[in-house]
Ligand binder design. Sequence first.
Ligand SMILES: [Mn+2]
Length: 428
Amino acid sequence: MRKFTTGTPEEIVKDYLRLQNEYKDDITRTIYREYGIYSETLIEKIFGSFTDLKGYVKAEKKAVDKCEIDNKLECTLYSYELRTEEDIIDYANIDTDIWEVTKIVSNAWGSSTNPCYQIKVWCSKRDFSKINQSELINIFKERSEEFVEKVIPHSPKYKQFKRKAFKEGCLLEISILDLHLGQLSWSKETRGEDYNLQIAQQRMLDAVDYFIDCNNLFKINKILLPVGSDFFNSNDSSNSTYGGTLQDEDSRWQKTFMVGVDTLRMAIDKLRKVADVDVVVIYGNHDFERAFHAGAYLEAWYRNDKHVGIDNKPNIRKYYKFGENLIGLTHGHDIKPDRLFMQMPVEAKDMWVDTKYWEWHIGHLHHKNTKVLNIDTEEMSLRIKTLPSLVEKDAWHTIKGYSSIKEAVSFIWSQTEGNIAQFNFKPY
Ligand SMILES: [Mn+2]
């Protein structure tokens, strides 16, 4: 067969690949002499040798030869542009936590304008039994930094404001407690109003809008938003409270959780435009664990936002100081109110001595309970306020004959004069 004596490198490589495709095998010099269409003289003129042509073909495809035997790994990379140790580790996907490169050989062939590279590395498996403590700590540090770098960009970016604090600006505390989002009430059964996932969400967001409007009269420096405190009706997939009491639940647990955290996010997004928001997570008897999970979600969501702070610390009672005010927050299901009085000066004694207005704000009872406490029980200048709820009564409350006025409240705190105003929101 007459061979072509002229041709470009691309045409010769194409012919070589045609044969490789046809024979599904390594094309030897003998096979090429028999079936190839270009002369050997031309190949040697362009590529240097037949072996170099083979390397050129591999480089065209960025071929990797990888061979692992026992604790050794040999890897060769052919390409037009990849030529360093980092290149081969990256392209051949060598896990350097497992393999340690012990030897490298690289070479080039072809013309100076059209070079090809071959790089080969020999690796040994790392022996972790010989690793010392400081090396282990370094690996751990590197890994955690990599992890944090990967995670941080996933928190949303919020527009940051330039805010100047008002002189003598106030705190707005928004107490939408015991929302019981996820509870289902059937009006035909309860003789009350219907209540479900969507209604709960709407009531919370309407209340937030209402309180924002009310507070145009005041200069607000900060917003306190307690979250949890039976914000969710049930704790988990059993559709029951943390203590195991079965609930009338609207929809599946995954859905109620996601609608819940979306509602909180929407509320916080409205409030952060008014002033910086401090969210304090309170664990209720219905949502004891779920409130914590929601808090962790919000912490991640607002990681990059300096205007929203989340306190998801695992304490059952939390304290918030603003000017000369100290507000105690807890759900109230697990402690008798008379024991609550002394907790504040004991648990928060540093803040106690710096303040002169002290209040506990608790939920759980959904109404102003006069048997246990009055709405404004006061003892030694310390007040306990049991706050109302927006939730409708469910079947159990109907059977037991319980009922309450649907309400959410907000408080305005002056830095030096205590609670100076309160607003009540009613859903209808
Ligand atoms: Mn409760």
